[in-house]
Design a protein around this ligand. Structure first.
Ligand code: ADP
Length: 266
């Protein structure tokens, strides 16, 4: 590992004393680099749909002015590109909001069963289109957690949406809730929610990086599926704010299981 050190030398007395301070700035340097990487990524991600839009506008003003068929087709693509920009901006705002709130732990009583049921209802059309049954194993009991209801909804929306996007068509997505006697790191009871898909799985080397902003295993694929690359980063920060846990297990060829652990309402 390359380390960055800053050296400060000061003389004191009549020049017969010297203090040397060595300051390790490796972490600051890394944070700075990550920040400028992020800004570069955001700019690039916004620039590419914008360039596409400008290109189509120019074509519609010029060469394709009287081409009715091209006009319909181009407007269709333009809507898709504009929607992509809108999704990215929404995700950036969600991420920045939760990062600002990170030190305030939310304490609303939240009915997880209800939230999961609603998400399953909302996403069932999308799942049906891929012939993937959404199975919710949580309906016979009420699972209550403490937190922010909108943000918890966003966590499971992102994870279940990913399971549908990256799962294999014709196989189910299973969502299972369980009570835990204690959270992994402290003596308060928790609730674990597993979201299991039967997609192609994720190579081990990617697992620790999945929640990084804009980290995507297959960029082109994520993009065609409408992804922004921010979904799991948002998930991670919301869970951190709730003092919860996120685990990912995956096996190539068999699928992935994302487990969220949240503190139970007591
Ligand atoms: P995206 O908008 O690209 O889906 P996410 O932050 O939600 O962004 O996920 C980051 C990446 O993690 C995805 O691009 C994909 O490569 C991978 N990924 C997420 N969920 C799954 C899953 N259930 N199965 C396989 N790969 C996944």
């Amino acid at each position: 590992v390359e380390r960055h050190l800053s050296l400060h030398v000061a003389l004191f007395g009549d020049g017969d004393g010297v203090t040397i301070t060595v300051h390790d700035t490796t972490l600051e340097k890394r944070t700075e680099e990550m920040h400028s990487d992020f800004v570069a990524n955001v700019s690039h991600e916004l620039r590419s749909p914008l360039s596409a839009l400008l290109g189509f506008i120019e074509t519609l003003q010029g060469p394709a002015q009287d081409d009715k068929e091209a006009r319909v087709r181009f407007l269709d693509i333009m809507i898709q590109e504009a929607n992509r920009m809108a999704r990215l901006i929404d995700d950036l705002l969600s991420l920045s909001r939760v990062q600002i709130q990170e030190h305030v732990v939310p304490a609303e009583a939240v009915n997880l069963t209800l939230i999961l049921q609603n998400i399953v209802d909302i996403l069932s059309l999308k799942a049906e289109a891929r012939d993937m049954p959404l199975i919710l194993n949580a309906v016979d009991r009420a699972y209550w957690v403490t937190g922010d209801s909108d943000q918890i909804t966003q966590v499971f929306q992102n994870l279940i949406d990913n399971a549908i996007k990256y799962g294999r068509s014709g196989t189910p997505v299973e969502i299972t809730c369980n009570f835990l006697d204690r959270m992994p790191d402290r003596a308060v009871p928790g609730i674990a929610v597993k979201i299991k898909d039967h997609g192609e799985g994720i190579e081990e080397e990617h697992l620790p990086r999945l929640t990084e902003r804009f980290y995507r295993i297959d960029k082109a694929r994520s993009r065609t599926l409408g992804g922004t690359g921010l979904g799991l980063a948002i998930v991670k920060h919301i869970i951190m704010r709730h003092r919860g846990r996120l685990n990912v297990e995956s096996k190539i060829g068999f699928g992935s299981t994302f487990t969220v652990i949240l503190p139970q309402k007591v």
